[in-house]
Design a protein around this ligand. Structure first.
Ligand SMILES: *Cc1c(COP(=O)(O)O)cnc(C)c1O
Length: 408
């Protein structure tokens, strides 16, 4: 008899975004004339930058001729891309990361989800609440949690990110082995200072823990004092892995490319406490289970680092940040408390006593605006909604007018 992975049955039955999609589809079919504005799911809406299109086209043209055709590429990515990433994203910021510490992939969702397989099933995991659901669900699937009850899985150490903590996680009070952090944060849009981040690096060094740092929204940082990479913090190379994605930074959600940095100094431990190279394990994992990102896509990603590419992606992020500013302004005028939206495309709004899903339903059914209910990201998200700045200026402006009508 073929048996199912029993851990899958522990997964919280509702997947947030499919729940939302169902409610939105029902509302649209009941009200076919209303133009719904989607500020919910975190997907970008603007075209790929010109520089990327040129790189893409060049890659495709090379595939058309025997002389320049590419078959399987290196599983870890082509050197031309890894070298540019190391130079522009890390060395330029004083973070000493080498090209062979970079593993190019088809995106940060896969990497943040897959990385946990390198660790023992019995490690203790710390996960912020609210959180990007991938970190949690992939550990549930791997059997690292108990049952789901009252909005939480047994066996996970939750790091509450509440108004009282300025929406930052506090160091865990019980010992943990693996810590997930994401800054600028999805869903709250908050950022972390170098001094705060150093506390986590120091904690990990002291306790032989590891940090998985998701920097998918790095390109939205405008405040010069904020760290773009965890490797700007002294000692981080020994205790941290960093995930990056071109999805939100360069419009690659449908093109698929990102990368993971695993420094060679980063060590984990075997049963007897001997050091094991995390770099070697991830290299082995990727070589076994992954065959690389398509060549034209890597050419498109490389173009991000050209002079015109860098200007264009800066402009792209700035466009969404301007939307975020309009949302912040509208919410202030309506008297709501919120965080995020200044170095991030997300604004995390306190519903002022409203339940998250109630707030969501009100915005959908009264004015046809879709947001994301905060409760879908964890218990601490109850009472909040997330509004995303990923849409056209016109749609954001229109959505703010409509929200003003119902929230005044
Ligand atoms: C969107 C997102 C990602 C990555 O997405 P990919 O498209 O798979 O690269 C990773 N982490 C967070 C927090 C995200 O919001």
């Amino acid at each position: 008899m073929i048996k199912a992975n029993k851990h899958y049955s522990k997964l919280n039955a509702s997947y947030l975004f499919s729940d939302i999609a169902k409610r939105v589809a029902k509302f649209q079919s009941d009200n076919p004339d209303i133009k719904i504005i989607r500020l919910g799911i975190g997907d970008v809406t603007r075209a790929l930058p010109d520089a990327c299109i040129k790189g893409f086209e060049q890659g495709v043209a090379e595939m058309a001729k025997d002389a320049t055709f590419k078959g399987y590429g290196p599983e870890q990515g082509y050197p031309f891309l890894r070298e540019k990433i190391a130079k522009f994203d890390f060395q330029a910021r004083g973070a000493d990361i080498a090209p062979d510490e970079i593993f190019v992939s088809d995106g940060a969702k896969c990497d943040t989800g897959n990385f946990q397989e390198l660790f023992s099933p019995d490690i203790k995991i710390a996960i912020p609440d609210p959180v990007y659901p991938v970190y949690l669900d992939t550990n549930v699937m791997a059997g690292r949690t108990g049952k789901y009850k009252d909005g939480r899985y047994d066996g996970i150490v939750y790091l509450d990110c509440t108004k009282e903590s300025n929406f930052l996680p506090k160091l865990p009070e019980t010992p943990v082995d693996l810590i997930y952090l994401c800054f600028p944060n999805n869903p709250t849009g908050t950022t972390i200072s170098k001094a705060e981040l150093k506390k986590w690096v120091d904690y990990a060094k002291e306790t032989k823990a590891l940090i998985l740092f998701d920097a998918a929204y790095e390109a939205f940082i405008r405040d010069n004092d904020l760290p773009h990479s965890i490797y700007e913090i002294e000692g981080a190379k020994e205790v941290a892995v960093e995930f990056r994605s071109f999805s939100k930074t360069a419009g690659f959600t449908g093109t698929r490319c990102g990368y993971t940095v695993v420094p060679k100094e980063c060590m984990i431990f075997d049963e007897d406490g001997n050091k094991v190279s995390l770099h070697a394990l991830w290299q082995r994992r990727q070589s076994t289970k992954f065959n690389g990102v398509s060549y034209p896509v890597q050419k498109a990603a490389e173009a991000i680092y050209s002079e015109e590419g860098r200007i264009q992606i800066q402009a792209l992020a700035s466009y969404y940040l301007k939307n975020a500013e309009l949302i912040r302004l509208a919410m202030s005028e309506l008297g709501f408390e919120f965080v995020g939206g200044d170095n991030s495309p997300y604004i995390w709004i306190d519903g002022n006593g409203r339940d998250s899903w109630e707030f969501f339903d009100m915005l959908l059914t009264k004015v046809g605006v879709v947001c994301t209910p905060g409760a879908g990201f964890g218990k601490c998200g109850q009472g909040y909604i997330r509004i995303s700045a990923f849409n056209s200026r016109e749609n954001v402006e229109e959505a703010m007018v409509r929200m003003g009508e119902v929230l005044k």
